[in-house]
Design a protein around this ligand. Structure first.
Ligand code: AMP
Ligand code: MG
Length: 408
């Protein structure tokens, strides 16, 4: 049993980050196939198994030849070389080149012994088994073994969340199986008597549940697994059962709704009486009532129910914490500068995360709000592409340059 430190106290974003970062989760590893590794987080540094390219090869369709044979070639006085071989990609050249000879070669095919130059097919003329060359062929168009990556070179660091490009690099360097962190299991519990699942007819007083859909997919995007619990009505008994279950099944619990001052704010109530609260309420707008603590040794975030609030708290607190505990470096919030093209109002002393749209107006990045900032306005999230990242004393008049976070 524990109480919030002081129920009139709102902690700052920095204090909240410091507190959450004190909570770590033991990470497990697993070996998976390359084709299953998109969006997974590497648990080990990765070194190339081979040189890339593995052999010298041609970067053009053309002729492999000896550069010194072509020094005197010109439009007026072309030179002719005898074609002794046709080398396609995937074949091993058998014939060694000696002066006076050339081998026809395709892109990606190995360079034959003796050759030191490739001339593009477009710059040649073929007559029977001879090729005519009209200009010197410099030592171009040979991709040298290992010029991209050398064997045993570090290619990807532990903590990298794998992109499609990274999968290409892993394949290129010979990896078919890799070690990643096991996905964290995150239970999502949406609370509220008024919530129903889309597909059902709304009765008076009801709204469709939406936070679960947002959170589930934000979690997926970060490379983890969510476990969605059906909507819980505002009943302490039901919530207790679900929290107990979630703490056994999951690494982390996220609840939405029920953390404010309302009579039926059961998440706050049960956490005050039976859980452990590390903090409750932050100096942020929107989303000031979040709660963080643990339920039976499982970290729990109690997010506010309003869609904009729960999205903001996930984005600025939970996402950075998940990155921190998994040491993931390449999916941090991207913060850019943009010029405000309207005055905006913020609450004094709070960090403000307004939903805005940023775009390049041809000269510079500009930011503006597209709609009203009510925290229940799901549409405002969908039509925005950024959140302002305004510190308590930042200026927010038209033409001020501000930080914005690009959102997922
Ligand atoms: P609460 O935090 O429970 O006081 O809820 C604040 C507001 O958010 C209320 O208008 C709720 O109806 C709404 N709300 C709560 N949970 C959800 C949810 N999962 N999806 C959509 N709206 C919600
Ligand atoms: Mg509620």
């Amino acid at each position: 049993m524990s109480q919030p430190p002081n129920s009139n106290y709102f902690i700052t974003l920095d204090e909240a980050i410091e507190l959450t970062n004190k909570t770590k989760i033991p990470l497990k590893e697993e070996k998976i196939n390359l084709q299953d590794s998109f969006n997974r987080i590497l648990s080990k540094d990765i070194y190339s198994l081979i040189d890339d390219p593995p052999f010298d090869n041609s970067s053009m369709d053309g002729y492999a030849l000896i550069y010194s044979d072509t020094i005197t070639a010109s439009e007026k006085n072309p030179i002719e070389l005898e074609i002794i071989d046709i080398i396609s990609a995937g074949k091993t050249p058998i014939k060694k080149l000696t002066p006076g000879y050339a081998s026809k070669i395709m892109t990606g095919a190995p360079i034959p012994d003796g050759a030191d130059s490739i001339i593009m097919v477009e710059k040649t003329e073929k007559i029977d088994n001879k090729v005519r060359i009209f200009s010197p062929s410099f030592k171009n168009y040979i991709r040298i073994k290992g010029e991209n990556i050398t064997k045993k070179q570090l290619i990807l660091k532990k903590g990298t969340k794998l992109t499609p490009r990274d999968l290409g690099l892993l394949a290129t360097s010979g990896h078919s199986e890799i070690y990643v962190y096991k996905k964290l299991k995150i239970s999502i519990i949406s609370t509220g008597d008024e919530l129903i699942i889309p597909g059902n007819k709304l009765s008076p007083g009801q709204i469709y549940e939406s936070n679960g859909y947002v959170l589930e997919n934000l979690i997926k995007k970060l490379g983890h697994n969510s476990n969605r619990v059906n909507i819980i009505s505002d009943s302490i008994e039901k919530l207790r059962l679900e929290l107990n279950k979630a703490s056994l099944e999951s690494d982390i619990i996220i609840t939405t709704g029920g953390v404010s001052m309302g009579d039926f704010d059961i998440v706050r109530k049960i956490m005050e009486l039976e859980g452990k609260i590390l903090f409750w309420r932050m100096k942020i707008r929107p989303g000031s009532p979040p709660l963080f603590g643990d339920w039976k040794n499982t970290p729990i975030f109690g997010l506010p129910g309003n869609p904009a609030s729960s999205f903001v708290v996930f984005s600025i607190l939970i996402k950075p914490w998940l990155n921190y505990i998994t040491n993931t470096k390449n999916q941090e919030n991207k913060i850019i500068k943009a010029k405000l093209i309207e005055d905006i109002k913020i609450k004094k002393g709070f960090h403000s995360f307004l939903r805005v749209y940023v775009e390049n107006n041809g000269n510079e990045m500009v930011a503006f709000t597209k709609t009203h900032q009510g925290s229940g306005n799901m549409n405002s999230l969908s039509i925005s592409n950024a959140l302002t990242f305004l510190k308590p004393n930042d200026k927010t008049n038209k033409n001020d340059i501000i930080d914005v976070i690009l959102i997922d």
